[in-house]
Design a protein around this ligand. Structure first.
Ligand code: 5CA
Ligand code: ZN
Length: 435
């Protein structure tokens, strides 16, 4: 399927430093991308399940991976970016059934709205935006291989992956057995299903249920014993990533609720089917955004929607700044105050760059680059721009006083005509904030 239009990213002088990010698997900061200088950095970010509109949690997660790509590009890496759309899965079919909508129409309209939201927020689009439905032949191919390898088995027509076929199972999320079981059950797994060899084994291929869509698995699939059906969730992402990026991705990304089971299972499936490891060299997870103490989620319905704010006339750049004010890995609750202070900051920055000249900005680029390269310290990066804006305001105030027309900042530094443009290019290229 098609993605959304790419925002322009201004070129900045020189290059930024290597970007250190927290890797869930390594449980610490690592330099990224693993790719050498000038080589493409390969990134796969899990996309939406399109049964409801984009909320602030989604926006926060996609913003984190947008910032990483801006920083990688600034450090001199071309980026290969792939994202999926889970356009057939239980929650989507359940929502369509509950509301009497056609599931395909629901998926299409919510994906279209997501594209609009991403465009408005100036989020970089993937080069390949790939649906689960269009990837079914890729999934079938992997399921057949896993069956042939003895790493998958049949339970009443459904096919399960034996998670222990990968001896490194557990090394992405580092949960203990009890946490794994509880999390698996809470996030779509079926630990208690009779006939499974191990409680944590996950679904690869689900035989068609009554009143649900099912796809023919083709000659090879039928020969391997597959019935008409649909893909399991984790294998969907593994299949799409392997097809478009290959093993050893520089980064697998998503919200922290995907570390287990989704990224753990996808990694194991890919590692077993290819006989290579690691699936991804870095696993990066964004924190959960909540509302009134609860994780914002489509299933709970406690949503602050990007589209609703946009339609109420809120500047998408203010939404972006509201998210940037929080570190991407922290869990936090959205409040109206977040938006109000972001709107005030946007107005202050716009006023500061709207002058024909400005106080020197030469040190701002290195300082913003430094903060971003430090595990995306966006609050720190905003503080750097705030400090420049404050110097600019102080110079304006001084200029309006008895020394008006002297052209000097309070500290004696000369204003120059390059500074406002420099600042606008920095916020645009590295933070995605168009002033
Ligand atoms: N389609 C799958 C991934 S393959 C899926 O998880 N879809 S989703 O629509 O439920 O979520 C899309 C992305 O938003 C995921 O990375 C998820 O971790 C993230 N996300 C969902 N809720 C929140 C939240 N409250 N805060 C932050 N990120 C969230
Ligand atoms: Zn995924």
């Amino acid at each position: 399927m098609h993605a959304w239009p790419a925002p322009e990213v201004p070129e900045l002088p020189g290059h930024g430093p290597a970007v250190r990010l927290h890797d869930t698997a390594a449980q610490g900061l690592v330099p990224t991308p693993a790719a050498g200088a000038g080589e493409p950095a390969r990134i796969y970010v899990c996309g939406i399940t399109p049964y409801d509109a984009t909320h602030m949690g989604h926006a926060n997660t996609y913003l984190a991976f947008d910032l990483i790509q801006r920083a990688w590009r600034d450090a001199g890496h071309p980026v290969s970016y792939v994202q999926n759309v889970t356009d057939v899965d239980d929650p989507l079919l359940e929502r369509a059934a509950a509301t009497g909508q056609d599931w395909e129409a629901l998926a299409e309209s919510e994906t279209a709205l997501f594209r609009e939201d991403m465009t408005a927020l100036r989020i970089l689009p993937p080069a390949h935006y790939v649906g689960a439905v269009e990837s079914i032949p890729l999934v079938v191919d992997l399921v057949i291989k896993l069956l042939e390898q003895g790493a998958a088995y049949d339970v009443d027509g459904d096919v399960y992956f034996s998670v222990h076929a990968d001896p490194t199972f557990g090394s992405v999320s580092h949960l203990d057995a009890e946490q794994m079981l509880a999390t698996f059950a809470a996030r779509g797994g079926d630990p208690g299903r009779p006939g499974k060899k191990h409680q944590l084994d996950c679904l690869l291929w689900m035989a068609g249920r009554e009143d649900e869509p099912a796809w023919d698995p083709g000659d090879a699939g039928r020969a391997a014993g597959l019935r008409p059906g649909r893909p399991g969730w984790h294998i969907e992402c593994a299949a799409i990533a392997l097809e478009h990026l290959g093993m050893g991705l520089d980064l697998q990304g998503g919200g922290s609720d995907l570390a287990f089971p989704h990224h753990e299972m996808g990694a194991c499936e890919a590692q077993v089917v290819t006989g290579k490891r690691p699936y991804a060299q870095t696993y990066v997870h964004a924190g959960m955004v909540g509302l009134d103490g609860e994780k914002m989620s489509k299933s709970k319905g406690n949503l602050v929607l990007v589209s609703k704010l946009r339609h109420a006339g809120v500047d998408p750049m203010a939404i972006r700044l509201a998210l940037l004010a929080h570190h991407y890995r922290s869990d936090w609750d959205w409040t109206d105050a977040d938006l109000e202070s972001a709107q005030a900051r946007l107005a202050r920055w716009r006023a500061a760059v709207s002058r024909p000249d400005g106080v020197p900005a030469d040190d701002v680029l290195a300082a913003v680059r430094d903060r971003i390269a430090d595990d995306l310290d966006t609050p720190g990066a905003l503080a750097v721009v705030d400090a420049w804006a404050a110097r600019q305001e102080a110079a304006d105030a001084a200029g309006a006083g008895p020394d008006a027309g002297s052209g000097s900042a309070p500290d004696g530094a000369q204003r120059n005509t390059a500074a406002p443009g420099q600042i606008s290019r920095i916020t645009d290229a590295l933070l995605g904030v168009a002033l």
